[in-house]
Design a protein around this ligand. Structure first.
Ligand code: NDP
Length: 453
C-alpha cells in the first residue's frame, strides 16, 4: 500500500478546516493544514466575530439614547472613537488567531503557511514543496462577489469595513442580504448616514415575507434610507474625494464609502482542482455528495466552498461528519432542516424552519400565529422599536414548522426554540410550556388564536 505523508491534508484554516483538522488529529490521524492568511477564516477575521463586536458597539448608541427614560443623565452626545474600536477589535481578533494556532499545535496538526494547490488526487503543493495525503479536505470558504459596474475600483467589500479609514460619514450599501442589512444597521448605529440600495422590492430574499417587511420598517424607522428596485449605473470619484453613484433611475448619491454586499462565491480559483479532477458547479462551488465526497474519492469539501447554507455552524457540522466517517466510527448524513439562523440587524432577526410561503407549499394547510408588540423595555426607553413574532404550524400534524422573530436578542431566543423544533415540538407542546415572565420570548408560548384564513 502506498505510504502517504499524512492521513488528512486540510486546505484552508477557517471554521470548517480547523474543526476537521483538530478532530481528526484527536482521533489519532496524522494531519496537516495549509493556510495562506491568518487562522480562523472569514468568520474570525472579517465576518461573524468582528461583525458581532461592531454590532454591540452600535447597540450602545441605542442604549445611550434610551437611558434617559430610565433616569440616567448622559452628556449629549456621547463621543464615539472609531479608532479605539478598531484597535480593540484587532487585538481581540489577534488573540483568537493565537487561540486557533495553539489549539491546532496542541492537537499536533502540522501547520503549513502558504497557498495550496492540487497536483493530483493525493498530492498538494504549497510553494515548491509537495505533500501526499490519503484524504484531502477542501475548506477554502468563499469570497465576496461584486457584479460588473463602471467605477468598480472605487467600491469596497465587507472584508474592508472593519478597518475603514476614516469613519464613513455617508455610507452607501448595495445589496439587501445578510451582510448589507447587518452593515447598514451597524454603521447607522455608529453614526453614519446610511443608504441601502436593493435591486428588487424587498430585502432579505428567502426570509419570511412578514419578517422582511417588518425589518424594513424598523430599519427605516431607525434612520436608514432604504431604496428598492434601484441599481447603480456608474460610480465616480469627485474632485473633493467623495464618491458619486449614478442610479438607474437618474438620481445620484454622494458617499464616502460604497459597500457592495451582493453575495459570496466559493473560493476555488487557483486551487488547481482540474489537476485532481475535482468537479465544480455552475457558480464554481465544489460538487459533493451527501457525505461531502467530491467527484474524486480521496477528496472532500465542506463549508462555504461547497455548501448551500453559508453559515459557520453548518461548516463545523459538515466537518464533523467527514471526520467521523473517515476516522471515527459513524457514517451519518447531516439534516439541514430546521437550521436556525440570525441576522444581526438592529433589531435582530432570528429564524428557524419554513417561511409561510414554503410551509404552504410543503404542508398544504398551515395555521399562522403572529404577534407584534412594543417590548416592555421600550415603555420607558422612548424607543419606538417594535417586536414581531410568528409561528407556522402544520395543521395535519400540529408540528411547529416555522418560527420567526424580529426583536432584541432574537438570535439568542430562537436558538433554544430550534432544539424543540428539531425534536418535533407541536403547537400543543408550545401551549403547555409555561412562559418566563416578563420576557419577550414568552410570547412564543402564549399565542393562542391563529390568523383567520
Ligand atoms: P446574500 O445572498 O444574503 O445577499 C446578496 C444580496 O445582493 C441580495 O439582496 C441580492 O439581491 C443582491 N445582489 C446579488 N447580485 C446583485 C447584483 N448583481 N446587483 C445588485 N444586487 C445584487 O449575500 P451576502 O453577501 O449578504 O451574504 C452571503 C452569505 O453569507 C449569506 O447568504 C449568509 O449565508 C452568510 N452570512 C451569514 C450571516 C449570519 O449568519 N448572520 C452574516 C453574514 C453573511 P436579491 O435579493 O435580488 O437576490
Amino acid at each position: 500500500m502506498r505510504a502517504f505523508d499524512f492521513d488528512l491534508f486540510v486546505i484552508g484554516g477557517g471554521s470548517g478546516g480547523v474543526r476537521a483538522a483538530r478532530m481528526a488529529a484527536q482521533h489519532g490521524a496524522r494531519v496537516a493544514l495549509a493556510e495562506c492568511a491568518e487562522l480562523g477564516g472569514t468568520c474570525v477575521n472579517v465576518g461573524c466575530i468582528p461583525k458581532k463586536l461592531y454590532s454591540y458597539a452600535a447597540g450602545y448608541a441605542e442604549s445611550f439614547a434610551e437611558a434617559a427614560g430610565y433616569g440616567w443623565k448622559i452628556p449629549e452626545p456621547p463621543a464615539f472613537d472609531w479608532q479605539q474600536l478598531k484597535e480593540n477589535r484587532a487585538r481581540e481578533i489577534k488573540r483568537l488567531n493565537g487561540v486557533y494556532r495553539s489549539m491546532l499545535e496542541g492537537a499536533r496538526v502540522q501547520l503549513i503557511q502558504g497557498w495550496a494547490q492540487f497536483v493530483d488526487a493525493h498530492t498538494v503543493r504549497v510553494d515548491d514543496k509537495e505533500f501526499s495525503a490519503k484524504h484531502i479536505l477542501i475548506a477554502t470558504g468563499g469570497m465576496p462577489f461584486v457584479p460588473e459596474v463602471a467605477g468598480r475600483e472605487h467600491i469596497v467589500v465587507s472584508d474592508a469595513m472593519f478597518d475603514l479609514d476614516p469613519f464613513p460619514r455617508r455610507l452607501l450599501v448595495v445589496g439587501g442580504g445578510y451582510i448589507a442589512c447587518e452593515m447598514a444597521s451597524i454603521f447607522n448605529g455608529l453614526g453614519a448616514e446610511v443608504t441601502l440600495l436593493q435591486r428588487t422590492a424587498h430585502i432579505l430574499n428567502g426570509f419570511d415575507e412578514d419578517v422582511r417587511q417588518f425589518l424594513a420598517k424598523e430599519m427605516s424607522g431607525a434612520g436608514i434610507d432604504l431604496r428598492f428596485n434601484t441599481v447603480i449605473d456608474m460610480i465616480t470619484r469627485q474632485d473633493d474625494g467623495r464618491l458619486c453613484a449614478m442610479l438607474s433611475r437618474g438620481q445620484r448619491i454622494e458617499a464616502d464609502t460604497i459597500l457592495y454586499a451582493t453575495g459570496r462565491v466559493p473560493n476555488t480559483a487557483g486551487l488547481g482542482l482540474e489537476a485532481a479532477g475535482v468537479a465544480t458547479g455552475p457558480n464554481g462551488s465544489v460538487v459533493v455528495d451527501a457525505h461531502y465526497r467530491t467527484s474524486v474519492p480521496s477528496i472532500f469539501a465542506v463549508g462555504d466552498v461547497s455548501t448551500q447554507q453559508q453559515l459557520t455552524p453548518v461548516a463545523l457540522a459538515e466537518a464533523m461528519v467527514v471526520v467521523d466517517a473517515l476516522f471515527g466510527k459513524s457514517r451519518r448524513k447531516l439534516d439541514y432542516q430546521f437550521t436556525p439562523t440570525a441576522v444581526f440587524t438592529h433589531p435582530n432577526i432570528g429564524t428557524c424552519g419554513y417561511t409561510e410561503a414554503a410551509a404552504r407549499m410543503k404542508f398544504g394547510k398551515v395555521h399562522i400565529f403572529s404577534s407584534e408588540f412594543r417590548a416592555l423595555r421600550h415603555t420607558l426607553s422612548g424607543s419606538h422599536e417594535r417586536t414581531f413574532m410568528k409561528l407556522i404550524v402544520d395543521q395535519a400534524s400540529d408540528r411547529v414548522v416555522g418560527l420567526h422573530m424580529v426583536g432584541a436578542d432574537a438570535g439568542e431566543i430562537v436558538q433554544g426554540f430550534a432544539v424543540a423544533m428539531r425534536a418535533g415540538a407541536t403547537k400543543a407542546d408550545f401551549d403547555s410550556t409555561i412562559g418566563i415572565h416578563p420576557t419577550a420570548a414568552e410570547e412564543f408560548v402564549t399565542m393562542r388564536e391563529p390568523m383567520p384564513g
